[in-house]
Design a protein around this ligand. Structure first.
Ligand SMILES: *Cc1c(COP(=O)(O)O)cnc(C)c1O
Length: 432
């Protein structure tokens, strides 16, 4: 593969943007990768500026559950754009979106649209604090909730990739009220709640963690947190920015049968446009201005292009058999990858749930951030680069997930498995 043009664009980009990128996760620093520049994409395939084609398992980091440039989404956006791109005045589209989301997500009675997942979690935290009159927030190591100040502690995603525990620029006074605990360690949460439960406004988590690679909730973890929140009058917040509409129509809460007080959404809900949302019981949501006194606003919130793309996406996800199809495809890929890892005697722990997965280069098990960090990131980096050469684009970090979409066909999955077998052979040869 030739990356001449991407290389030139990258050098130019670095003159004008820090690291040449608008989000650090794209930089590929940890896997020795210089980002390629995309020209266009369709279905599960990306084409870069040099004309190289890749099977894409990043899917814009989660939103593209139907693949790139789905005709119905493109059509919905085009038609909306012709009628104006933003009004700052209510539209019927927003009602359809809100009603649709409430219908799909079991715990939600009311919703507020925002423009990113970060905004959704920041606003949900403010609401939880306003509603309970308490300050403390309990989160989990390796979970990522966007880059809001008070949640930027022991975070997953780019911070995990770059090995950054927190960030300069976040005053200590602000994170002073944030407690971060090991994921899946209910006993520790119980101990902390015994001590400070009365001060805890909310426990926030990814119900399936997908920003430290993929880590599933242990049996009893989610119900245990639900009970602790009930016992201490704290709110339970599920950050379903990744899991929402991906693991089931109603997200992880439907799948595990545990209902949070507030839910944060993002990614898929915008069908590839910038959208986030948060919501929950009406009694809590009506604490938001203009009904209540907790303030949060947005010039482009409920934007008609974004609502149209999101609605087109949710409509397709409401069709029969969609989640079965995703499960079938992802299970097929998992089986193939496991066989390839076995063939080349590579210790790999493959954590997967539905169309969300991660192959950790460690014998495992991977159940929290500490065990995820045991993964051999050098081996992953080599694997990533070999896969890229074979025309498969994985996340440029061991601590991110792969996303299977409806656009991945059996031939694509077979090609991926074949590429993985070649790549793992190289990893094996380097190791010995
Ligand atoms: C991506 C993500 C966010 C942040 O969403 P942005 O749209 O990038 O601000 C928050 N929480 C989770 C679980 C995410 O995966």
């Amino acid at each position: 593969m030739n990356w001449t043009k991407s290389q030139r664009l990258y050098e130019e980009a670095c003159k004008w943007m820090p690291g040449g990128v608008n989000s650090p996760v794209r930089s590929g620093k940890s896997v020795g990768f210089t980002p390629f520049f995309v020209r266009e994409a369709k279905g599960c395939r990306l084409v870069d500026e040099d004309g190289n084609v890749y099977i894409d398992y990043v899917g814009s980091w989660g939103p593209l559950i139907m693949g790139h440039a789905h005709p119905r989404v493109v059509d919905a956006v085009r038609r909306a754009a012709e009628k104006g791109t933003s009004y700052g005045i209510p539209t019927e589209l927003e009602i359809r979106m809100a009603a649709g989301v409430v219908e799909m997500v079991p715990s939600m009675e009311m919703v507020r649209m925002v423009s990113s997942g970060t905004e959704a979690t920041m606003s949900a935290i403010r609401l939880a604090r306003g509603y309970t009159g308490r300050r403390k927030i309990l989160k989990f190591n390796g979970c990522y909730h966007g880059h809001g100040d008070c949640l930027l502690v022991q975070s997953g995603s780019g911070l995990a990739t770059l090995g950054i525990p927190g960030s300069p620029g976040v005053p200590e006074e602000i994170v002073h009220h944030t407690v971060s605990l090991p994921y899946n360690d209910l006993h520790r949460v119980e101990q902390v709640m015994q001590q400070v439960g009365e001060e805890v406004a909310a426990i926030i988590l990814e119900p399936v963690a997908a920003n430290m690679g993929v880590v599933l909730p242990a049996e009893g973890f989610l119900p245990g947190l639900r009970k602790l929140c009930d016992d201490f009058g704290s709110l339970l917040i599920f950050d379903e920015v990744i899991t929402g509409f991906r693991l089931a129509r109603g997200g992880a809460q439907e799948l595990f049968g545990v209902l949070p007080d507030l839910t944060c959404l993002g990614k898929i809900i915008g069908g590839g446009l910038p959208v986030g949302a948060y919501g929950g019981r009406a009694e809590i949501m009506e604490r938001m201005a203009p009904v209540g006194d907790v303030y949060q606003a947005g010039t482009l919130s409920g934007n008609p292009l974004a609502m149209s793309a999101g609605l087109a996406t949710l409509e397709i996800l409401n069709q029969q058999g969609v989640y079965e199809e995703l499960e079938e495809k992802a299970a097929y890929l998992e089986k193939g990858l496991k066989a390839a890892a076995d063939e080349w005697l590579t210790p790999m722990t493959l954590n997967r749930i539905g169309s969300l997965g991660c192959g950790f280069f460690t014998p495992g098990p991977v159940v929290d951030f500490a065990s995820a960090q045991k993964a051999d990131t050098q081996a992953y980096a080599l694997f990533f680069r070999e896969m890229l050469k074979e025309g498969v684009y994985l996340a440029p970090s061991q601590f991110e997930s792969f996303f299977v979409s409806l656009a991945h066909e059996k031939d694509d999955l077979d090609a991926t498995i074949e590429a993985a077998s070649k790549a793992l052979k190289v990893v094996r040869e380097k190791a010995s």
